[in-house]
Ligand binder design. Sequence first.
Ligand SMILES: Cc1cc2nc3c(=O)[nH]c(=O)nc-3n(C[C@H](O)[C@H](O)[C@H](O)COP(=O)(O)OP(=O)(O)OC[C@H]3O[C@@H](n4cnc5c(N)ncnc54)[C@H](O)[C@@H]3O)c2cc1C
Length: 538
Amino acid sequence: MANTPPDFDAVVVGAGFSGMYMLKTLRDKLGLKARVFEAGSNVGGTWYWNRYPGARCDSDSYIYCFTFDRQLLQEWEWSERYPEQPEILRYLEHVAARHDLKRDIQFGTKVTGASFDDTTQLWTVKTDKGDAVTARYVVAAVGTLSATNVPKFEGLESFRGKSYHTSQWPHEGVDFTGKRVGVIGTGATAVQAIPEIAQQAKQLTVFQRTANYCVPARNGKVDPEKVKARKADYDAIVQRIRSSFFGQEHYFIPKSALEATPEEREHEFDRMWDAGGFAFWLGNYQDMFFSAESNRLCADYIERKIRKSVKDPQVAEKLIPKGYAYGTKRQPLDTNYYETFNRDNVRLVDAEADGPIERITPTGVRAGGTDYAFDILVLATGFDAMTGPLKALNIAGRGGAKLEDAWKDGPRTYLGVAVAGFPNLFTITGPQSPSVLTNMPVSIEQHVDWISDCIAHLEANGKRTIEATTEAQDKWVAHVNEIVNMTLMPGANSWYMSANIPGKPKAFLPYLDPEGAGGYRKRCDEVAAKGYEGFALR
Ligand SMILES: Cc1cc2nc3c(=O)[nH]c(=O)nc-3n(C[C@H](O)[C@H](O)[C@H](O)COP(=O)(O)OP(=O)(O)OC[C@H]3O[C@@H](n4cnc5c(N)ncnc54)[C@H](O)[C@@H]3O)c2cc1C
């Protein structure tokens, strides 16, 4: 029994950035037999599903890509600073073709269960297409923002118009011309979509639960000289982003905002504001995430900008965030977002000032006692982030223990890449790793490299399983929470804090290493160098 050969060495779930690179590594570097299952009908993950108007990355394109293929870094030309979804999807399709990945990916297939057999020490992975395959390793490359969150609005089914969630957008697109449109949500996705929809729709109503601090994207063509210089410097860029705090070329100003004179501060704020993108968020004064007083100075600056952009002072007031610190929610990048509220065909319904959504009606939305009529409803209501896609895999580990039960009070992992009681299961950018706090391709490549080195180590040393110890996991969970509790992050009702979904156990989902993602990388490498400290290898 114990020697039953498995169908595959490894099963990978998901074919976005993570699953694609994991397959490449397992197959072409380690020479293993791997199978990828992907629910969508193509590669791309996030960029396959999220086709809403205005969908684009917020990371700079020159680093929002794979770095393992240095030749491709030289050859690929991004059209803009933040390319749109179709272009990123084209890039990922190109990578799949270039590395001949599709022959090992089974598309249109959702993994519905994975269970570990203590006797054979193999995983059995089941799919909605009736597959039941065995494998020694399972790698969850299911994404962090891939489990769609549709809030349980009363009456949603009764709506007679069309409704779309932004992450399940029809491939043929949606024509808003002449339509009355309601958008629910004002997170990073909505901030991209609202200005685009407003240009087409007859009337657009935006339902806001929580106002967001938005900073300018400043998208556009990148100066060809800059592109050339970056291409010449790619080796160093890769080094820098790998050792950086957030997987980006943004660095904190190494002092407190309170130490700067008002003039100096204003000058720095202007500089970051003008640079656009994540500069203001990730390259601000170093105590911005820790000191409420410093944070307020940043928030004040953004509030002044909002008041300047939005003509109606009452609307501006509603758009100004209240009750949480700047930067503690995912930073939306703004291209005409605030200005869109100056249009005659756009109105804002704020849960606090105007009353929350009470229900969806056959003709639209009832909020604060008022009925709003729509032809189209857009749900920009985000995701069951990080834990959602993993729990949906129905994973049973040693002794049939369910991951869902192990995580009933929030995720418990070791390094965000493994879970005690679930041998040979790896989670790429899993909960309690830097993941969504970083430029994701950098964290994805780091995890894939670490996982493949780990598997190579097991193979070379005749070990059948690796499993995080409960002790190491408990320490890691305590450490993750200890660090985040030193910051202002827990004060926000963010999806980072699991607070976007009623009833979701309150937990900080990613991990903020005191030395950033670069520091986390060092920790992971040290664990490996010490013979996989905190893991049991058998
Ligand atoms: C709108 C949007 C914009 C973003 N912009 C940025 C950005 O600017 N910068 C950044 O760093 N990150 C960004 N992200 C995060 C983004 O998810 C990552 O950058 C990256 O694409 C993640 O790749 P992945 O392969 O890990 O996951 P995904 O791309 O989410 O791919 C996971 C895949 O797994 C599949 N899957 C899940 N469960 C199953 C199952 N049970 N069976 C079969 N298949 C399954 C899904 O169908 C999906 O295709 C953005 C996310 C969104 C939603």
